[in-house]
Design a protein around this ligand. Sequence first.
Ligand code: C5P
Length: 594
Amino acid sequence: MEPTTPDVQLLTPQAIREIARALGIRPTKTLGQNFVHDAGTVRRIVAAADLPAGTHILEVGPGLGSLTLALLEAGMRVSAVEIDPLLAANLPATVAARTRMADRVRVIHADALSITGCADLGLEEGDAPRALVANLPYNVSVPVLLSLLEAFPSIERALVMVQREVAERLCASAGSRTYGVPSAKLAWYGQAKSAGLVGRTVFWPEPHVDSALVSFTRTDHYDPAERENTFAVIDHAFAQRRKSLRKALSGLLGGVDEAARVLAAAGIDPLARGETLTIEDYRRLAHHALPGRRASAHAQGKVNLLLEVGRADERGYHPLRSVFFGLDLVETVTLTPLLGEETRVRVRACAGDLARLEGLADRDNLAVRAVRAALERSHRRAGFALDIDKRVPVAGGMAGGSADAAAALRAARAAFDLPLGDDDLVEIARSLGADVPFGLVGGAAWGTGYGDEVSAIADAQPRHLALAFLEEGLSTPAVFAAFDAGGGGREHLREELGDEWAAALADPDPSALAGLIHNDLADAALALRPDLQAPLEAARAAGALSAFVSGSGPTIAALGRDGSHARCLAEAMAQAPGVSATRVVSGPHNPREV
Ligand code: C5P
């Protein structure tokens, strides 16, 4: 490729030494630093990358900037990730001194292995890099290459310099002597081929190994959801390279016999060795080995139109009477079966809620416990990953966490084909938490016991509400404790829902219902959080039929005459201090299968 801009001065051997001396840099072995000081080599790398000018390149380990300058010379834009703070700090100065294109380079001081996407590079999603061109740090070249291909589906091409033996592995095909974990995993993403050898003398200091170029083109034949399991099979198959697959995979697949059965089902000779399998074989094998399939279920937020609280029992739990009202504020819980018995949970949320996600993603997450309980009850063992896409505010008094657990139960039953009836799920739900059974039922429901005995209410008319979410969450146990301190619960609780409630819920006119809405926990929540008065008053001033604390708070709900009135209420509450967001919702809503 001809240089498109003549005014770039590439680094010469002398310049490399001068910059290094000025910075007081001695190349370190631990970071595998060997700087290319040969202009011909960096131009060759750029030419082999074969990319149109203007392409946004991700470079890893730019070092003193030899390759970065060659990329600029060819008209590229570069995002360069450098782990060494001194080198990262100096690169912009080198670029500025030797080109007039400092604005075409962004330097990110980071460990390339920690980069998971555009946000870590400070880039918008739309500006993701299209190619990877790098003299990779040799001691971590394979993990860096694989993790960046995972993190950036936008990367369609790569041209990397690595140690010669690594290059041979990356390019090897099944059956060859050098075929191994790196070959199979890189083949998941696309096709690699050798782009030539590089001698030792182009580096300073001269390394003790030979180097080679690998050219990669993404093909992306496979579903990313299957990658993790496929890679687990590959890791196990090569961990005992000399053994037959049925032995090598016995640990992962639950014994030699089970491994042999799965291999045969996938059309693979159980006595074959891992080095003979193509990436397609591995994918098919992982697919057949899975204990289930991916499944999703919706979880929904709720408000309590009625919440009456009795006196705490010896465990500190309170008998409750509740009218649950499920809302069309839904989030999705997705279960992906995993090979082995590992469990994992990933929780994503809108920005405002990120702080409250801390701790939600640990192994004791209620949704994880739900799946474990469902598996245990079915005498099954399996690994799984849960992805929860939060929409219901965390610690908001809307039972979002309980609803996630209920959704996880339904997803687990579908994913693993568990022999559990609805009654079994309700029983598991009750053992997990008071609000979880309602998460299974949804709609409008009458709750007794500790809130965990739930029966559906038929004929409830649609209602429109506005919700105000608060910047700060509120802990349910803290609200119950404040409630107890303030005099505690009712001596007597109603036996049944009562005719007035049945009539009000069935009445298309919401006024009668508005008159019945009541929450025993409201005063305790308001004592802890006086800031809740503001949205309550704003909703009342805007003509809310009823404005109330949802469950243990702090979310405030306001009942509107209809949808457009609910929108007005939301607008009014949005102005109140402490309110982070508002939503217009309706119910009763049942969680549907996805
Ligand atoms: O059942 P769950 O784990 O959702 O309850 C959270 C907390 O709410 C409990 O630890 C308890 O302090 C309080 N709670 C209660 N009585 C109930 C339900 C919940 O005191 N019936």
